[in-house]
Design a protein around this ligand. Structure first.
Ligand code: SF4
Ligand code: MG
Length: 289
């Protein structure tokens, strides 16, 4: 029997603040998994730490909540061990673009076949409102009481230039559109980034639902060609270049490249879990008993 979106629900009550963008985001993810007819046991969701870190608890699949900034290396390890799984990493802008930014860089150039969903609320939410690497200049936060003086990290431009083969941005306030972007990311063979504007209604009073609704437009309605890398780079800088009057969402860039797992000599012909164990672990066990 085909799965439905309700099959991905859990009994546990979601602990996010009422109105948080994470509700729309996780609804879009569950809808994408149901539309793609994924069975519950075929999916693993891996998170780091932060409000986004709760995600594996709230979707009825396999899950792993790891260390701060480290969902991506765990997810790529899982994919190498069992290529049949659909592996989704989730983190926040603090988790993924600050603490774990080194993993973000290297996983892209290797093109591991995983999907990375970043809950980008331009603030540290769980720790109650400090500036993160995507906080806009001038924003007053607990750590920037006179206004943020750092230019924000650009995840889309970094991903296009860093070797990601599917680069998209969605908005948690448009669940139907976001669901389609996540479906495309899961279906894509290679590393997929979906950076997601996810309003933090409690600690980010600048980047609100209304702020985004006044500014976002869809790339597919603007005749953008995701195969055109130069155009993708220009679109990735349009928000800052237009002083945030024009903020594109949608698929910026896509290319086909053989994923890491399908090239690594040790596993390219047979995924690790299907291999016979040809080492004797008895001695190692005895040593530690
Ligand atoms: Fe959502 Fe912000 Fe509350 Fe975290 S602190 S649950 S991001 S509204
Ligand atoms: Mg954040």
């Amino acid at each position: 029997m085909a799965v439905t979106i309700n099959d991905f629900n859990v009994k546990e009550k979601m602990q996010w603040c009422p109105g948080c963008g994470n509700f729309g985001l996780i609804g879009a993810l569950k809808g994408a998994l149901a539309d793609l007819e994924k069975n519950l046991h075929e999916v693993v969701i891996v998170s780091g730490i932060g409000c986004s870190g709760k995600s594996p608890h709230y979707v009825n699949t396999y899950g792993f909540e790891g260390l701060h900034g480290r969902p991506v290396p765990v997810a790529s390890g899982i994919k190498m061990a069992n290529r049949r799984l659909t592996v989704i990493a989730e983190g926040g802008d603090g988790d993924g673009y600050q603490e774990g930014v080194q993993h973000f860089i290297h996983v892209m150039r290797r093109n591991h076949d995983i999907t990375y969903l970043v809950h980008d609320n331009q603030i540290y939410g769980l720790t109650t409102g400090q500036a993160s690497s995507t906080t806009l200049m001038g924003t007053r936060t607990k750590t920037t009481p006179f206004g943020n003086i750092e230019i924000p990290f650009n995840p889309i431009l970094t991903a296009i230039d860093g070797g990601a083969t599917y680069v998209a941005r969605g908005f948690a306030g448009d669940v139907v559109h976001l669901k389609e972007l996540i479906k495309g990311a899961i279906q894509h063979k290679g590393f997929s980034l979906v950076d997601i504007f996810q309003p933090c209604v409690t600690f980010n009073k600048v980047n609100t639902y209304d702020w985004f609704r006044e500014r976002v437009y869809k790339l597919e309605e603007a005749n953008h060609n995701p195969a055109d890398k130069k155009a993708a780079r220009e679109k990735a800088e349009e928000d800052i270049a237009s002083d945030y009057n024009m903020v594109p969402v949608g698929l910026f860039y896509k290319e086909e490249r053989v994923p890491y797992e399908e090239q690594l000599p040790q596993v390219k012909d047979k995924t690790l879990v299907d291999k016979e164990l040809d080492v004797d672990l008895k001695k190692a066990y005895e040593e530690f008993l």
